[in-house]
Write a protein that binds this ligand. Structure first.
Ligand code: CMC
Length: 392
């Protein structure tokens, strides 16, 4: 019958070999293909990091130009998909819309779903990376009742996303380069994170040979939860509820109370037992954006800073090695840019798409690949005889 290891929540199970991302949780280190995340956030940009994750090396300028033009050519979505969007209620959460629309890509782009053909895999990857900003922006536009804004190929990936979210036909929209840079940095900081819950979901779905768009829709569904990608929305809502620094002790006490389900959102991580290196860059970015927008004495930022300080000084958080994670500061930046909280997790999803796709491709090329099939520790009844309904 074989030997099984019992590991609820996969706290100590490695499910695959990978050469994409390395995390040292004790040191607070994150490397993509060997390059530290802070160097990538500082010196590179999102589409270059996409190339790096997908192909394993930093591109030459010709390679980068050709990759960027390929992604740009795929930014439009099939016009029929407009009707699919229109079928949703206006008050749908944009993540719900995204799960549906990305899953539906399997029906609109069935030419790129033959996973046995490496060229088709390539096209599916490019389509996903290129179209995700359009899908996320359209989910937003639909929810606020504004017309869909089509992608513009003369803009960068981040500029184009801001344009599709904030432009309206009635007036000229000029993307602020500092905001576009901050947006690009948010994309870069979320690009991949090895075998987290949503990536493992994508790999498990794909292990059966499933359609790539369906696999990514499964990843989006998993990311939505507040313990994972949904934490950025939950964190900003929590900061607003706390309201001002003087209420912090009450919330710290609640987070420490075992009988209260409340947790400090944006704190703690399964792997990082030190500062999340992404949070450090995000914090700096939050300062820059708020400076630029002239949002002085922003109460949410003031609460966030005071909360971080109070939690780090508290022995409960120190003993359990709970530090701010990537989601602690991202929401403040997104809110300052004008995004509603419901768009925070869709932005995480679009950023993480390259990670999901890179891991999906790596898995399909892995000679060890087999269907993922966890076992269980059965705790139910032993065999018993069926009882007719009149005798129960
Ligand atoms: N506030 C208060 N206590 C906490 C928190 C928190 N945010 N996180 C963990 N703990 C406590 C927890 O109660 C447990 O205590 P005890 O050992 O006494 O039972 C201990 O710390 C270990 O926690 P755990 O739940 O066993 O750890 P985990 O690895 O299963 O959970 C986590 C990791 C990220 C789900 C968790 O820290 C959490 O819920 N954080 C808040 C949500 C959040 O910010 N998530 C975003 C993660 S980063 C973005 C991403 O990759 O998606």
């Amino acid at each position: 019958a074989g030997v099984f290891t019992y590991d609820p929540g996969f706290t100590s199970t490695a499910s695959c070999d990978s050469t994409i991302t390395f995390i040292d949780g004790d040191k607070g280190e994150l490397l993509h293909r060997g390059y530290p995340i802070d160097q990538l956030a500082e010196k590179s940009h999102y589409l270059e990091v996409c190339f790096l994750l997908l192909y394993g090396y930093l591109p030459t300028s010709d390679e980068l130009e050709s990759f960027e033009s390929t992604i740009t050519r795929h930014t439009m979505i099939h016009e029929q998909m407009v009707y699919f969007f229109r079928g949703f209620r206006r008050d749908a959460h944009p993540m719900a819309t995204m799960v549906g629309v990305v899953g539906a890509m399997a029906a609109f782009y069935h030419d790129s779903t033959d996973i046995s053909d490496p060229r088709q895999r390539e096209i599916a990857s490019h389509r996903l990376i290129a179209k995700m900003p359009t899908i996320a922006a359209w989910a937003y536009k639909y929810s606020i009742g504004q017309p869909f804004v089509y992608p513009r190929n003369d803009l960068t990936y981040a500029e184009n996303f801001l344009h599709m979210c904030f432009a309206v036909p009635a007036e000229q929209y000029n993307v602020n380069p500092v905001l576009a840079r901050a947006m690009d940095r948010i994309f870069t900081l979320h690009a991949d994170h090895e075998q987290n819950a949503s990536t493992s979901t994508v790999r498990l779905a794909s292990s059966s040979g499933a359609n790539p768009f369906a696999c990514i829709a499964a990843g989006i569904a998993c990311l939505w939860g507040p313990a994972h990608g949904g934490a950025n929305q939950a964190c900003l809502e929590m900061l607003k509820e706390i309201g001002s620094p003087e209420n912090i002790p009450e919330y710290i006490a609640r987070a420490k109370d075992k009988n209260d389900p409340f947790r400090l959102m944006g704190f703690g991580h399964r792997v990082y037992k030190n500062f999340d290196p992404r949070a450090k860059v995000m914090k700096q970015s939050a300062d820059e954006v708020l400076d630029l927008l002239g949002v002085e004495n922003n109460p949410v930022l003031a609460t966030a800073k005071a909360l971080e300080e109070a939690a780090l000084a508290d022995p409960y958080f120190a003993d359990k090695k709970l530090f701010p994670n990537v989601d602690f500061y991202s929401g403040i930046i997104l809110e300052a840019m004008g995004f509603p909280t419901s768009m925070f997790t869709p932005i995480f999803a679009l950023s993480r798409t390259v990670g999901w796709v890179s891991q999906w491709k790596e898995q399909l090329n892995d000679p060890q690949m087999k269907i993922g099939r966890p076992r269980q520790l059965y705790q139910g009844e032993t065999e018993r005889d069926y009882v007719d309904i009149e005798n129960r």
